[in-house]
Design a protein around this ligand. Structure first.
Ligand SMILES: [Fe+2]
Length: 304
């Protein structure tokens, strides 16, 4: 009598089909994918109806994706995969025993987080103390600090590539009313490693939620909001660049970021300042806020 084919036989056949992949890494990835995907299907006892629903979701994801809308990355973000890949690529920050200003652990390298979909290369170069808002976008904010190497030495010439949203929740790239360079800029650290620029308070914003990912979020009782943050990529010669955010620690949704990008070391206090505050930088009038943040880079030769 012929033996009946079991679910495990099916899994074994698929695994065997990848045994001779000419690309060894691809073979490893496909076998692991098969193992975990089949285990998932068995674990939830996926029904035929659910399988059809999943195909519809994937099809809709393809249809809504365009040059300006990347629903696949949104899935990766909303399922925490983007943060996981970033965390694996940028392992635990090395420690170098630096001065540890700003309440940082002494010399801890700045942690990375997701780049997100709104980065546009080639932001305008701006000078120390200049502003990045090119139209009214909210309350004035002075962002300042020092870029250092892991050993605490300042890194003059380091570049800070900055982008953020304003009080209409939009990044310039999303906003047809905004100049292309609005709320974007590249700054160079001075001889002592210091940098500073004027911007506005960033605001929380929802990730695009009118597509399949949004449906998943609402169907599972989740929300699409990200807490207020400023994006920055910090680069310096001889050092590993870091792509990260600084978060307003008092922002709404700080404990439930839709893309899981908040790390405790990236939280910053925004301090309210009066018009006559002696530390008021030139270029600011009236009431303002300040945010201090140092950035610490790992030398290129040193594993993070
Ligand atoms: Fe963002």
């Amino acid at each position: 009598m012929t033996e009946r084919t079991t679910p495990d036989d099916i899994t074994a056949a698929v695994l065997a089909s990848f045994a001779r992949s000419p690309d060894e890494r691809l073979g490893t990835v496909m076998r692991s994918l098969t193992t975990h995907l089949h285990a998932f299907v068995k674990d939830v006892a996926l029904t035929e109806e659910e399988w059809h629903a999943a195909i519809r979701v994937l099809t809709a994801t393809g249809h809504i994706t365009s040059g300006k809308r990347q629903e696949w990355i949104l899935w990766s973000d909303a399922l925490g995969v983007s943060m996981l890949v970033d965390a694996l690529a940028n392992r635990a920050p090395a420690s170098g025993g630096g001065p540890g200003e700003d309440g940082w652990p002494a010399g801890a390298a700045t942690e990375s987080t997701v780049q997100g979909p709104f980065y546009v290369p080639g932001a305008p170069r701006r000078g120390y103390g200049e502003r990045i808002d090119e139209m009214p976008a909210g309350e004035q904010l002075w962002v300042h600090g020092t870029v250092r190497s892991l050993d605490g030495r300042p890194l003059p010439g380091a570049e800070l590539d900055v982008w953020q949203n304003g009080d209409n929740e939009l990044y310039a790239v999303q906003d047809p009313e905004a100049p292309e360079s609005h709320l974007r800029g590249r700054f160079t650290a001075r001889e002592d490693g210091s940098y500073g620029f004027i911007t506005v308070r960033p605001t929380p914003y929802p990730i695009p939620h009118d597509g399949p990912v949004g449906h998943m979020l609402s169907a599972t009782g989740r929300h699409p909001w990200r807490p207020a943050h400023i994006h920055v990529i910090v680069r310096a010669p001889g050092h590993q660049p870091v792509t990260t955010h600084v978060f307003d620690r008092d922002s709404k949704h700080i404990d439930s970021d839709a893309v899981f990008a908040v790390k405790p070391s990236l939280l910053r206090e925004l301090t309210a300042r009066s018009a006559d505050d002696p530390e008021r930088p030139p270029g600011i009038t009236g009431r303002w806020w300040s945010l201090a943040s140092d950035f610490v880079l790992v030398p290129a030769s040193q594993e993070g």
